[in-house]
Design a protein around this ligand. Structure first.
Ligand code: FAD
Length: 377
């Protein structure tokens, strides 16, 4: 068990947080032979499905890390995103002609992605130290001292905050997290249901009441994400059915609710990715709308870039390489979310005319390339 291995008191790099970003960074460092410690305040990894899409560029990175094949074996491959207003198809975003060995979106729950990364880390001899919560981070010119809620301390040359949206490392570094929150909340549910469009596409439906995303998951499950003004803490089956009836009339018959949650979405980017010996990656550095499913993907790619920067001692380039990507992803998903959720009838009519025109202009593949993050190799 990871928890029985003593926490080292000194190391080169401490990774705070063993979500997908921290784990991907740990695998990158382990593969490169860089000395590191990864720790997390949770006694065990999360088991909720959260991020459900792994895009092509992330699979390319996971291939470099020796984890793509295993992950692909656990997921299902979807070749397109379909955008509709009610039952009218406005635009199809095709992934099957993208220039990559992975011309699809892989649908797989986040806990599976985390467990594949953890298995790869163990193959490489690495361990996650749990449960250790960082309570203070102090740096000087010689290194960084981390204190934990257990009374333990670790000294490191560098610390990476892969500790999510409320990052303690970002706080300790005094780095601002500029942006704001969306007014709507999101209902999220994994369900079993009869779904007319079927299991081969991700469907984004615009409706006067708001956006509904339905995405296939392994095991015949579907992920449903719906925007609402005020979601209850535990959305139930009846609510999910009602929301789908309202936005996708006659398309869905929900038979079982497997898991549900609600969340509020922010769009923010850290003002810097580095302060001296402290670095940020993943949700600690950027958060945005789940439209397009890019949060975890961008985090895993940050992790790989930062891991390679440690391995090659090119740390100065990390912020310049990765922060503009987050700014672009945040701007792109913000635009998509505003277009999808507008209630202004004139804006909706203009959108419904404009989207099919984009398809006729041949821009669908360009948008799919942006979503798959293949512009950021
Ligand atoms: C409901 C929901 C749905 C989502 N859907 C999608 C989607 O469809 N597609 C997508 O790409 N993304 C989605 N996301 C976003 C995605 O889950 C995140 O982008 C992803 O989890 C970020 O990974 P991370 O490793 O950077 O941070 P996290 O997953 O937040 O991991 C941070 C880790 O740090 C640990 N930690 C925090 N503070 C401390 C501390 N002080 N000391 C020690 N450990 C600490 C935490 O325990 C946690 O394990 C969704 C998020 C939510 C909430």
């Amino acid at each position: 068990m990871d928890s029985t291995i003593d926490l080292p008191q000194r190391t080169e790099v401490v990774i705070v947080g063993a979500g997908p970003t921290g784990l991907a960074l740990a695998v990158t460092l382990a593969a490169a032979g860089v000395d590191f410690v990864i720790l997390d305040r949770q006694a065990e990894g999360a088991n909720t499905s959260r991020a459900a899409v792994v895009h092509a560029r992330t699979l390319e990175v996971l291939d470099e890390l020796g984890a793509a094949e295993e992950l692909i074996a656990h997921g299902i491959q979807v070749s397109r995103f379909a955008i509709r207003d009610g039952s009218r198809r406005l635009l199809t975003l095709p992934f099957d002609n993208l220039p990559t060995p992975y011309p699809y979106a892989l649908m797989v729950p986040q806990y599976v992605t985390e467990s594949v990364l953890l298995a790869r880390l163990r193959d490489l001899g690495g361990h996650v130290h749990r449960p250790y919560e960082i309570t203070s981070v102090v740096q000087d010119e010689d290194g960084v001292k981390l204190a934990m809620n257990t009374g333990d301390t670790v000294h490191a040359a560098y610390v990476v905050g892969a500790d999510g949206m409320h990052s303690a490392v970002r706080e300790a570094a005094g780095i601002g997290f500029t942006g704001s929150a969306y007014a709507e909340s999101f209902v999220l549910a994994d369900v079993l249901m009869d779904w007319a469009p079927g299991h081969s596409e991700v469907s984004l439906t615009f409706a006067a009441a708001g956006l509904a995303v339905v995405a296939p998951l392994p095991g015949g499950h579907y992920r449903v994400v719906v925007t609402v003004d005020n979601a209850p803490a535990q959305p139930d089956l009846a609510l999910v059915q009602r929301l789908l009836d309202e936005r996708t009339p006659g398309q869905a018959r929900v038979t079982e609710l497997i898991w549900s949650s609600r969340f509020r979405v922010h769009h923010r980017v850290a003002d810097h990715y580095r302060a001296g010996r402290l670095f940020l990656a993943g949700d600690a550095a950027h958060v945005h709308s789940p439209a397009g499913g890019q949060g975890m993907n961008t985090g895993i790619q940050d992790a790989y870039a930062l891991g390679r920067a440690f391995a090659t001692r090119q740390l100065n380039g990390y912020e310049a390489q990765r922060r503009p990507v987050a700014q672009r992803v945040v701007a792109f998903t913000h635009r998509m979310t505003r277009i999808a959720t507008t209630r202004n009838p004139t804006a909706r009519a203009a959108r419904n005319i404009a989207l099919p025109v984009l398809a006729r202009l041949g821009l669908s593949t360009k948008i799919a390339t942006e979503l798959a993050e293949l512009n950021y190799r």
